[in-house]
Design a protein around this ligand. Structure first.
Ligand code: A3P
Length: 313
């Protein structure tokens, strides 16, 4: 395990180091109207991504940052290893744990898409992009997408703490300042509620499965089972338990030094539901409730988020 994620951790460490030399105002750049962290992304890579050719057996995880992307990446990596008759965590699965390419599709150099044409199936990739900014071949070729969503108040809360823990995005002196930027499309990856409403246009498609952070927390075994079924991966009861155990917050936090390097300390923070109650003021609650109502309430994804249960005091 220790050796297996060297390249992955190296990629993140390099981005963190690059960003630490940048001025706050230089950290983000805008592409098609959305801000992105310069240390991970470039306009050249975004441009090259347009002609990326997806395969029908690609395994794609789509999520807005802070929704639990790394959690689901762990689950999917283990499920892929199982589909290849490997035992997650054992010596034989080392190759599955160390991705050939940094799995965030839009991050890295523009030549990566050419290299990816040579990778064997199934290729695993993660994307934080909105669907309209993804290569059209993903939808045309019916690649399967697991869409992970989380209640917006906890996303904002997690994001605020993250901003103050890493060098790659601007930090904030106060939660109030962060909240204002988060609600006015100034934070990296753009407006989360717009992200949800764009993805909602795809939510009923057969090759897209939507899952919420909260439902995985509520019943991890059932969630892993459903994800495996969606991707056509058969699991024994023992394998299911192994995947659930290895992806628990405690296990991932304990292993984070090896899997994510110094980044792990920031990433695996609380891993719970409703931490927003420690930050949101009455006025901020009203603003988020109103924005949710305007953008997404009543839609497929809006209902799935169970906003009244998870976001009302
Ligand atoms: P918190 O900051 O609320 O703790 P992402 O991976 O998309 O950046 O999301 C990070 C969030 O997912 C963090 O939320 C982190 O703690 C949480 N997380 C990571 N691994 C988890 C796990 N195994 N179980 C539950 N939550 C997890």
């Amino acid at each position: 395990m220790e050796e297996s994620r060297k390249k992955f951790v190296g990629f993140i460490d390099k981005a963190l180091a690059t960003a630490s030399t940048m001025h706050r105002d230089e950290l983000l750049f805008s592409y098609k109207g959305i801000p992105y962290p310069r240390a991970f992304y470039s306009p050249e890579t975004f441009k090259a991504l347009e002609s990326f050719e997806a395969r029908s057996d690609d395994v794609i995880l789509a999520a807005y940052p802070k929704s639990g992307t790394n959690w689901l990446s762990q689950i999917l990596t283990d499920l892929i290893a199982i589909s290849q008759k490997k035992t997650p965590g054992s010596e034989s699965s080392v190759n599955a744990e160390e991705p050939e390419e940094f799995p965030y599709l839009e991050a890295g150099d523009a030549e990566k898409f050419e290299r990816m044409t040579k990778l064997p199936s199934p290729r695993f990739m993660v994307t934080n992009l909105r669907p309209e900014n993804l290569p059209q071949s993903i939808f045309k070729n019916n690649a399967k997408i697991l869409l992970l969503i989380r209640n917006p108040k906890d996303v904002a809360t997690s994001y605020y703490h993250f901003s103050n823990g890493v060098t790659t995005v601007p930090s904030y002196e106060t939660w109030d300042d962060f909240f204002t930027d988060f609600m006015t499309k100034k934070t990296a990856w753009g407006c989360y509620l717009e992200y949800l409403s764009e993805w909602n246009k795809y939510a009923d498609k057969e090759n897209i499965m939507t899952i919420t952070y909260e439902e995985i927390k509520e019943n991890p075994a059932l969630s892993v089972k459903n994800i495996a079924t969606f991707f056509g991966i058969a699991l024994t009861e023992e394998q299911l338990q192994l995947v659930v155990e290895r992806s628990s917050f405690q296990s991932m936090k304990k292993n984070s030094d090896k899997t994510h390097g110094s980044f792990g300390k920031v990433l695996f923070r609380k891993g719970g539901v409703s931490d927003w109650k420690n930050l949101f003021s009455e006025d901020q609650n009203v603003k988020m409730d109103k924005a949710f109502e305007e953008h997404i309430a009543g839609t497929t994804l809006g209902k799935k988020l169970k906003y009244d249960l998870y976001c009302k005091a």
